[in-house]
Design a protein around this ligand. Structure first.
Ligand code: AMP
Length: 446
């Protein structure tokens, strides 16, 4: 199957081709046709499956034909649970729509509202938003829904986990009844079905079997090693496995810089990407990294911190290394979601020292599996990483979202993670996987 079979117009097909996609992913093959026919769709699909294009392309096609957007109005609304996902989705929409005269934008909590109000003034064809901030904008008359034609609920299960149900219901009540609804969720729990009842009309239900998702394509393991030996072990792994393109995660910016310096001394081309680097430098570094195969001497190893790695869209990345384990277990899922995308094979290797045992067990508890361990000859640790046992106790359920109060500081009515690019705040424990095949979760416990 090719994208041309969907009946998409040339500007969209061109943008897709420029991304290098030639075959639709399973979710795209199943969701695009009914969505193009204007039907409601309910799809079980995780991040990493290509789901964004599966709703973005039909929406772009539909909006390219209709009436222009009026001031402060939106024609399609995509609701997403977190700032990171919202930003990522908005970026994809901008990419797929780059040859169309449509405006898209993203709004989320935790940042100033005024620039977002300004953005909305002229009207926005496709708005990606987190629920709390959208309601704030609505209350300030900055956004109007009279022209709304399509609603997308992205990662619906995660939105419920994060306590957004009331906000979602409030938003639904503001939207025109006559609209197309597209709902995406990693799982179809009873709670999701309940929400869907008041949302979608005779939806086409789509489910992507696990073997087609990113999940099963990521191989993960741990190399236990002493902290001091990590740079040498990484060097050894790079040489030994002939890794050509590796995304390495460190906990801190300083750690990233030190590692790059170490690798340079070992004659390995590396560059760091983190919050102290300007956007221009980050963009250039990333471009160099992407060029690795084509251009001799370009960056082979990209060392990133979690915050900087958000939104990095590097296709076909075969190898991710956790030089340090993340402090927040959910970041592990985000990190390894950088590999094995859209059905590509990927490997995620973690270098774990004894002091990181707690982080390791937190991760294993979150992903509900023990990570296999492999000792590397010559790098056996003096400080043992204790054996871990899988902790199957449910993770703490989310606290229900506090009702909004006027004058509250911080992102009004939003869980903290929304305003924090790292998501390293309390209240994010239940984050859904970014492309990892987690076991089906109990609705309130995982
Ligand atoms: P998503 O699940 O929408 O976050 O997409 C995951 C990744 O797959 C993104 O990096 C997309 O750029 C990429 N992608 C989406 N559709 C395709 C496709 N048909 N072929 C190859 N890559 C794709």
């Amino acid at each position: 199957m090719s994208f041309t079979t969907f009946g998409l117009s040339a500007p969209i097909l061109d943008a897709v081709a420029e991304q290098g996609y030639d075959t639709p992913t399973p979710i795209q093959s199943k969701a695009i046709p009914p969505a193009m026919q204007g039907k409601d769709v309910m799809a079980a699909a995780q991040t990493g499956t290509g789901k964004t294009a599966s709703f973005a392309l039909p929406i772009l096609e539909k909006l390219a034909k209709g009436k222009p957007v009026e001031a402060n109005h939106v024609r399609a609304l995509v609701l997403a649970p977190t700032r990171e996902l919202a930003a990522q989705v908005a970026e994809s929409i901008a990419t797929y729509g780059k040859h169309l005269p449509l405006r898209s934008a993203v709004v989320y909590g935790g940042v100033k509202i005024n620039p977002q109000m300004m953005k909305l003034r002229k009207g926005i064809d496709i708005l990606v938003a987190t629920p709390g901030r959208l309601l704030d904008l609505y209350q300030q008359n900055a956004v109007k829904f009279k022209q709304l034609e399509v609603l997308v609920l992205d990662e619906a299960d995660r939105m419920l986990d994060m306590g957004f149900i009331d906000d979602i219901r409030k938003i639904l009540a503001l939207l025109p009844k006559q609209r197309q609804n597209l709902m995406f969720s990693a799982t179809f729990s009873d709670e999701i079905r309940n929400l869907a009842k008041g949302l979608v009309n005779h939806p086409v239900e789509i489910s992507i079997s696990p073997q087609n998702t990113t999940a099963t394509t990521i191989k993960q393991w741990v190399h236990p090693v002493d902290k001091k030996q990590k740079p040498a072990l990484l060097t050894d792994l790079i040489h030994h496995n002939k890794w050509e393109k590796v995304l390495v995660f460190t906990k801190t910016k300083k750690g990233a810089n030190q590692l790059v310096k170490y690798l340079h001394n070992e004659n390995i081309k590396a560059a760091a990407i983190h919050g102290d680097k300007s956007q221009a430098v980050r963009t250039k570094t990333l471009a160099d990294f992407k060029l690795t195969d084509a251009k001799k001497g370009s960056v082979k190893i990209l060392v990133a911190t979690d915050v900087a790695a958000r939104g990095l869209d590097i296709e076909q990345l075969p190898q991710v290394v956790n030089f340090d384990l993340p402090i927040v277990a959910e970041d592990y899922i985000h990190r390894i979601g950088r590999t094995g995308r859209a059905g590509m094979k990927g490997q995620a290797v973690s270098l774990v020292s004894a002091d990181e045992f707690k982080q390791l067990t937190d991760i294993e508890r979150l992903i509900k599996q023990l990570l296999p361990r492999k000792l590397v000859d010559g790098f056996e640790p003096n400080h043992n990483v204790p054996e871990s046992k899988l902790d199957l106790r449910p993770l703490k359920p989310k606290k229900p979202k506090k009702p909004k109060t006027a004058g509250k500081s911080g992102p009004k009515g939003q869980p903290h993670s929304e305003g924090s690019p790292s998501g390293k705040k309390p209240g994010t424990k239940n984050k859904k996987s970014g492309g990892l095949n987690l076991q089906p979760r109990k609705k309130s416990s995982s």
